[in-house]
Design a protein around this ligand. Structure first.
Ligand SMILES: *[C@@H]1O[C@H](CO)[C@@H](O)[C@H](O)[C@H]1NC(C)=O
Ligand SMILES: *[C@@H]1O[C@H](CO)[C@@H](O)[C@H](O)[C@H]1NC(C)=O
Ligand SMILES: *[C@@H]1O[C@H](CO)[C@@H](O)[C@H](O)[C@H]1NC(C)=O
Ligand SMILES: *[C@@H]1O[C@H](CO)[C@@H](O)[C@H](O)[C@H]1NC(C)=O
Ligand SMILES: *[C@@H]1O[C@H](CO)[C@@H](O)[C@H](O)[C@H]1NC(C)=O
Length: 401
């Protein structure tokens, strides 16, 4: 699942980037668990079909109107004893710092609109910091790295962020360089005290294989290695940028759990793997166990076989609470509902903490732009609703590391 970002751009280039990412996102959902499921070829066909139809839809109506706009106005959601001091926010006893980490994309951080705001991000950080000490971003466009670091500064919370750079395989490096420079500027302003890492690449190999792979879905195929060579140049460039700034910040990569290329994993300090029981079509009862098993046998095992032994995290895991279409309400044995999110919270969070697993729960709040673009369950994975009210769940109570 992705975040689209951007700032300065040429309308045409940028628009096609967004379309690219749209297609990629749809494919991701379908491909995430390939290797453990049947019907691979059929799924690919569906994924590509959906991507194409999304693109066409977007082309014919670039500004699909009448989108109600919950999620933007955060004022009054978190009380402050001093309205002018964001660090005086009042804690909500329903929230517990039980999560290792959370996946977060600030509202309005997608091109071409870029209508995020520091006020919104401050409220998000006030809420997120009551659940976790770590968040991860997906990209850097729309100044989101600086906004998050500024919000951490103003709220004075104990929070580290994995910044993200979301390169586009086919754009000649435009998205990569644009985001690199935003990350650099944010680090120059805020330093590295609250930065846990810089993640270069989100589902890059998954997308690259989808665009170029034909029938091969092996991340270590010749096509996978060609994609890896592109991304490796970005990873190397970020490593040298950081060392040139005198900063010792780990550089990592995020991809779908089945899509780690060995050359990439050999070049990074950490890997973040999307591991989604929903897309594996498990029952909710099996979801937590499936996630733990997949991550251990696929991702941790692969990393431990390498001499650099990158640290592995679960980049995304979670459960959707509803679908915008009846057809997508279930996926095999997986059924979208708030009670099922509760079961996943109850069976995954404290157990993963206990097991020493680093994970980023997916995700902070419902993202309406995803619902508009993709429909189905895509917009409904939040712990919070789009208006930043907590869904009808009980947050597990166990201190995360
Ligand atoms: C942000 O931009 C999106 C996309 O154009 C729009 O739907 C939404 O209403 C805007 N939100 C705000 C708060 O301006
Ligand atoms: C945001 O919400 C607050 C409280 O609900 C309301 O007073 C304010 O007018 C809203 N602001 C905008 C710009 O919608
Ligand atoms: C980015 O955000 C920071 C923090 O709010 C702000 O100081 C800076 O001016 C912003 N830069 C741009 C280009 O918006
Ligand atoms: C970053 O990767 C892109 C492909 O995604 C490539 O075209 C570009 O040359 C790379 N840029 C740098 C500076 O490494
Ligand atoms: C935790 O570890 C136990 C024992 O290996 C395993 O059965 C369980 O699935 C794991 N759960 C999570 C959420 O990591």
């Amino acid at each position: 699942m992705s975040a689209y970002n951007n700032t300065q751009y040429q309308a045409v280039d940028n628009y096609s980037n967004v379309l690219q990412q749209n297609k990629a996102q749809n494919r991701r959902s379908k491909w995430i668990v390939i290797g453990s499921i049947l019907g691979v070829v059929a799924l690919i066909a569906v994924g590509v079909g959906v991507g194409v139809s999304v693109s066409k839809h977007n082309k014919s109506s670039p500004k699909s109107a009448a989108v109600s706009n919950s999620g933007s106005n955060s004022s009054g959601v978190v009380p402050q004893t001093d309205p002018n001091d964001p660090s005086t926010f009042v804690k909500n006893p329903a929230l517990k710092q039980s999560f290792y980490g959370l996946a977060y994309t600030p509202y309005g951080s997608q091109l071409p609109t870029c209508n995020n705001s520091l006020a919104d991000v401050i409220v998000d950080i006030q809420l997120l910091s009551q659940l976790t000490k770590r968040i991860r971003l997906y990209g850097a466009d729309c100044n989101q790295s600086a906004l998050v670091l500024e919000a951490i500064k103003q709220t004075k919370v104990d929070m580290k962020v994995f910044l993200g750079n979301y390169p586009v395989p086919s754009d000649g490096g435009v998205a990569y360089v644009r985001q690199r420079d935003l990350i650099k500027a944010a680090l120059q302003t805020y330093g590295a005290d609250h930065v846990a890492g810089v993640t270069v690449g989100n589902e890059f190999i998954l997308n690259y294989l989808g665009d170029n792979g034909g029938t091969s879905q092996d991340p270590n195929s010749a096509v996978g290695n060609a994609g890896a060579a592109l991304l490796l140049s970005n990873i190397t460039d970020t490593i040298s940028m950081l060392s040139g700034m005198g900063l010792n910040i780990p550089v990592g990569n995020a991809d779908a759990g089945s899509y780690f290329n060995t050359q990439i994993l050999s070049a990074v300090k950490y890997g973040m793997a999307n591991v989604h029981p929903w897309f594996a079509q498990t029952t909710i009862q099996d979801a937590a166990g499936w996630t733990a098993d997949f991550f251990a046998t696929t991702n941790v095992a692969a990393a431990n076989a390498l001499s650099n032994k990158p640290t592995m995290y679960i980049a995304e895991t979670g459960w959707p609470t509803k679908s915008s279409s009846v057809a997508a309400e279930s996926n095999g044995a997986a059924l979208a509902s708030v009670p099922n999110l509760q079961i996943f919270l109850d069976t995954f969070v404290c157990q993963a903490n206990q097991n020493g697993t680093g994970y980023f729960f997916f995700e902070y709040f419902d993202e309406q732009w995803k619902d508009v673009q993709f429909g189905g369950v895509e917009g409904w994975w939040g712990l919070f609703n789009a208006d930043r009210t907590l869904k009808k769940v009980t947050i597990p109570d166990c201190a995360a590391p």
